[in-house]
Design a protein around this ligand. Sequence first.
Ligand code: AMP
Ligand code: GLY
Length: 424
Amino acid sequence: MNILILGSGGREHTFAWKIVQSPKCEHLFVAPGNSGTAEIATNVNIGVTDFEAIKELVLDKNIDIVVVGPEDPLVQGVHDYFLNDEAIKHVSVIGPQKVAAELEGSKEFAKEFLYRHNIPTAAYESFTKETVEKGYVFLETLNPPYVLKADGLAAGKGVVILNDLDEAKAELKSMLVDAKFGAASTKVVIEEFLDGIELSCFVLTDGENYKILPTAKDYKRIGEGDTGLNTGGMGAVSPVPFATEEFLAKIEERIVKPTVNGFKKDNLPYVGFVFIGLIKVGDDPKVIEYNVRMGDPETEVVLPRLKNDFVEILQAMSNGTLDKINIEIDERAATTIMLVSGGYPEAYEKGKEIVGVEAIEGSIPFHAGAQIQEDGKIVTSGGRVMAITSYGETYQEAIKKSYQNIEKLHFDKMNYRKDIGFDL
Ligand code: AMP
Ligand code: GLY
């Protein structure tokens, strides 16, 4: 089996790490990949939305399965591109088709889906430039804090939560009238604020059957104690200690089943990963968002706990035989700590040499924004640089191991959160 992974982050390095463990994998390619994937697979310098170049590569290398890491190619219809081309329609693409990817591509589409299928979520209304005055009136009916969401993809920055009514109105105007997030804020969803603790649930589906992967919790804010700006994620823990069996059963019955049934009822062709962002309000789970891909850095703790042959799972997803797979999970906890470039998520410098990776013992370094130079040096190339994953009998033990290994690593202005798991 020849496999191609699209993407270049810690998530994609983790996919690659798991795929090369399968005897079914002959050749693995990653486009564009990073220094971590370069060690175990062949990197090809092609962008994830350059569909023509991807097609050429797939034909040239006889690729059987394409695993799509990030949301952009899915929202732009990479799966449909394959299906509509005689030369590559036989290739298995892991990721939903364009209409289904709208679950992440449009917040309003996701809210309408949730409401239509009676899946618990925050109350909402959506507004455009033409109805901005109605938006102000709607805000007045809500209690603070006010949750405003740009409808489209805004690189994780499109959600604004404000305590002050006047500020919320000004923000709504800036999104709708002044196009603060460009086309992404042509529409804005205003939501009821849900107060609780967040966790994520990951589901595999072949469109008919589903399997649930371990839960994970990520730490989105840059600062300790969950303060400061939002990031892509600064660390993650799996399993989530407060997700008891009873709570997980509620997630499956009230959320996972109606979600997968909803795909069928609404004709949303879905072969891929469903990332359900949840919040525990009292004892009940509610959906905050859908993502049509795996999470990053959640993948760095979820996949290491999966004991199955991952290629077998990918095949079952594309053949519609996921019901035949028995998911086996490592009982140990897994945690990851993300090392980031100083300044991230705002401006930061790149090209800093990363030293000490080979000294790591008992943890797995998943490379993210890191590239290998011709002279063999590994240098930073992004905000999130490397995720240090460890196993432990408890999450505390796993976290300790990651922090011990981080002591051995260094790059100029390296930053990371020292309190991952503090709230559990
Ligand atoms: P999203 O991009 O939809 O994941 O939202 C970003 C973050 O905003 C989430 O991870 C939550 O922390 C927060 N958030 C989103 N919607 C709500 C809501 N209705 N109530 C409370 N917090 C929310
Ligand atoms: N860690 C959150 C995400 O992948 O969107």
